[in-house]
Design a protein around this ligand. Structure first.
Ligand code: SF4
Length: 356
């Protein structure tokens, strides 16, 4: 299929398909760039059903840029809890502050200005400029890569510079100049509902007669990725310390997974430690030095927690202590009844759910 000759043919089919099949979602009924931005960032990391719940809660609490900019980061992270990729929430907050200072609280409309905001890359900038301001910037997300690679039979790996350039030029050449907002939404919705990653329903696809991947039997092989993501495994031994009705938390401040979230004191090691190994561990000795009684009462079955590039194997060890020391005073002492007020990782949340 010649790309340029087929542009209007593809767009007509795509837009017709979208009119019939699109889902009614709240961010589709607005041109407010703030709401579109929030929905796009949430949807980059979760499915629509779960994302909808987070979106509604988030925009109810932070209905506009200024409310988000005014909030404390800890509260923003709390509203993000469970979604993962917490750097995105931190960047939302940072960008809201940038907008409130540099643009007087008004969401910028220029593509270049939007691209300067924290955490906003090509995809999000194109989504905001097209959906909110109807400007012809093509979005290229995972759905669009899949649809275009199959439709045009392109096997250039999508995770290479060459592939990114090729697909973004192709997407840009196809975008409707008169209806860019509808075009982008239709392309993404088509990838999400029809041209899905595995076993798409090609028999009932409007593009079947022109789809190169279908014609050459390559649907399962496209799109191509060159690099397999390397996964590292880490072992987290969490100490759930109980002293009267309190426990202890610390904030993860390092540039690492779950930055700025709260957690129990942690001993990261090259394996899960048994009781004897724990008590011989230097960090353990430091935390509990001088405390008269440290009673290890329970060890929860290990949890395997999978993140994008790493697997965390964790265990939670419950300890009762008789008194405190200077080391524990450096941590945050929290009544168990108040622990829900702290933003924690999904892994911590799973443990806390079992407690209640
Ligand atoms: S025919 Fe199949 S592979 Fe091709 S666009 Fe349609 S759903 Fe995707």
């Amino acid at each position: 299929m010649n790309i340029f000759e087929s542009q209007s043919y593809i767009n007509d089919l795509l837009h017709n398909w979208y009119n019939v099949n699109k889902r009614d979602l709240p961010w589709r009924n607005t041109t407010d760039p703030y709401l579109i931005w929030i929905s796009e960032v949430i949807l980059q990391q979760t499915r629509v059903n779960q994302g909808l719940e987070y979106y509604n809660r988030f925009v109810e609490r932070f209905p506009n840029v200024l409310e988000l900019a005014k909030a404390e980061e800890d509260e923003v992270l709390k509203y993000w809890q469970g979604l993962g990729y917490y750097s995105r929430a931190r960047n939302l907050h940072k960008a809201a502050k940038q907008i409130s200072v540099k643009f007087n609280g008004q969401f910028p409309a220029k593509h270049n200005d939007i691209l300067e905001l924290a955490g906003i890359g090509d995809y999000t900038a194109a989504a905001i400029t097209s959906l909110a301001y109807n400007q012809p910037y093509a979005v290229v997300d995972g759905n669009v890569y899949r649809v275009l690679s199959r439709l045009f039979g392109i096997s250039t790996p999508i995770d290479t510079g060459k592939g990114k350039k090729e697909f973004s030029e192709l997407a840009q050449s196809l975008i409707s100049k008169t209806e860019p907002a509808i075009h982008n939404q239709a392309m993404m919705e088509f990838g999400a509902l029809q041209c899905v990653p595995s076993s798409p329903d090609c028999t009932n696809c409007p593009f079947q007669s022109v789809c190169q991947a279908f014609a050459t039997n390559k649907v399962p092989d496209l799109p191509v990725k060159q690099h397999k993501t390397k996964t590292s495994v880490r072992y987290f031994n969490y100490l759930f310390i109980r002293h009267e009705d309190n426990t202890y938390l610390q904030k993860r401040t390092a540039k690492d997974v779950w930055q700025n979230l709260f957690e129990f004191p942690l001993i990261e090691a090259n394996k899960l430690l048994d009781f004897k190994e724990l008590t011989e561990n230097d960090t353990f000795k430091r935390i509990f030095s001088g405390i008269e009684t440290v009673e290890l009462t329970e060890k929860m079955n290990p949890i395997k927690h999978i993140l994008s590039h790493r697997v965390i194997i964790a265990q939670f060890i419950t300890l009762n202590i008789s008194d405190c020391n200077n080391e524990l005073d450096k941590l945050i002492s929290v009544p168990l009844s108040d622990i829900d007020e702290y933003a924690v990782s999904r892994l911590m949340e799973l443990f806390l759910e079992k407690l209640s």
